[in-house]
Each structure stands twice: as C-alpha cells, then as structure tokens.
Design a protein around this ligand. Structure first.
Ligand code: GLN
Length: 197
C-alpha cells in the first residue's frame, strides 16, 4: 500500500517528523511510492492519510494556521492526526492562553509549559498503554504541556505526577513529549496501525 503522510510545516521540528514517519512507513512495509510531504496550505492535505502537528511554539503555529487558511481544513481533515507537544496544545478544547486558537479536536484542558523552569526539559522512561511489546518508552520532554482534564472519548495512555502526557481519541494521538527525536518508532507504528496502515 502506498501511503502519503503530511507534516504541518509552519514552524517547529518539521524535518524530524518527516524522518520519523518515513522510517515508520518503511517499518510498516508500505509501498515504495509512499511519501511524507510538508503541509503549508490547504491543498497540501489532499490525499494524506494522516497529518503530524510538530512540536514548536503553539502560539506561533496557531497564528500561522489561521494566516494560511488551515484552521477549518485541519478541523475537518478526515485522516489521523499525530500531535506532539505544541501539537498537543493545539488539539485541545481548552488552553489558558488567548493567543492559542485551539483546534478543539480532543475534549481536554491543556496546561502549557507545565513542568516549570527546573524541569523545562528532561527525559524519562515512562509506561505508555497499548505499545506492542509493553516496554517503557524513552520520552523526551521539552517545555512540555500536560493535559489536566480529559473529557468524553479521550483515552489516557500515559500519566506523570503533573498530568496526562499521552492521550488518544479515535484517529487522533496527542503526546506531550517528542517520539520523533528518540528513534523509538513504536508510537508511530501504533498510530499507523490504528489507521489500518
Ligand atoms: N511550550 C511550547 C508551547 O506551548 C511547546 C514546546 C514544544 O513543542 N517542544 O507551545
């Protein structure tokens, strides 16, 4: 099967997401004509089975989503969404920062930069529900958000003391950490598998 994945390429760690999804498509045995493309405008979403929303600065990404006319096209995008860090902030319904125009695709409240100064960035081996071999995931957190309340249909996959750091709702996966940086592709593979890829 040939699969096209889009990576929202407005700001943030876009190339790392492209590399990780390219590797995950190979490991899922997708066809040689599979591709990972940059998404900057609505037409770029055409034919994509999924969209990655990268880490970066959620206020900036939000502004550029609006500026590029991508807000409704992403809200109505029929494929999967793989959202990391700033992406998790954007997926929420509630964020206490008026500069972020959230997509509201997952019924959850998100607290930006939830780990404070001392632990702005850290790494931890954390259990994540539903991974194929059940082993912990080496999670890299960079000025990460947490989910402080999850509503209907949002399934919690991982939690730290500060709050929820991995959640999914149907075809949407939101992560406070950065699986595109660590070389462990299990969350990408699980996401693709859930989409029937
Ligand atoms: N703190 C950033 C924000 O809220 C997210 C950081 C990241 O994506 N690594 O936008």
């Amino acid at each position: 099967m040939d699969v096209k994945i889009g990576v929202l390429a407005l700001q943030g760690d876009v190339s790392e997401h492209i590399d990780a999804f390219s590797a995950a498509l190979r490991s899922r045995g997708c066809g040689k004509a599979s591709s990972v493309v940059e998404v900057r405008r609505p037409a770029d979403l055409a034919g994509c089975a999924a969209l990655a929303i990268p880490g970066g600065e959620s206020t900036t990404i939000s502004r550029l989503i609006d500026k590029n006319g991508l807000y409704e096209p992403i809200r109505t995008f029929p494929g999967g969404i793989f959202a990391t860090c700033a992406g998790m902030v954007l997926m929420a319904t509630d964020v206490a920062d008026p500069r972020v125009h959230t997509l509201g695709l997952m019924d959850m409240t998100v607290d930006r930069n939830a780990f404070g100064r001392q632990r702005e960035s850290f790494e931890a081996d954390i259990p994540v529900a539903g991974l194929p071999d059940g082993g912990p995931f080496h999670a890299i957190f960079i000025r990460a958000p947490v989910v402080t309340a999850a509503g209907s249909g949002v399934h919690v996959l991982a939690t730290l003391d500060q709050g929820i750091v991995a959640a999914e709702k149907g075809r949407y996966l939101a992560l406070a950490f950065h699986p595109e940086l660590g070389g462990d592709l299990r969350l990408h593979e699980r996401f693709l598998q859930n989409l029937g890829i």
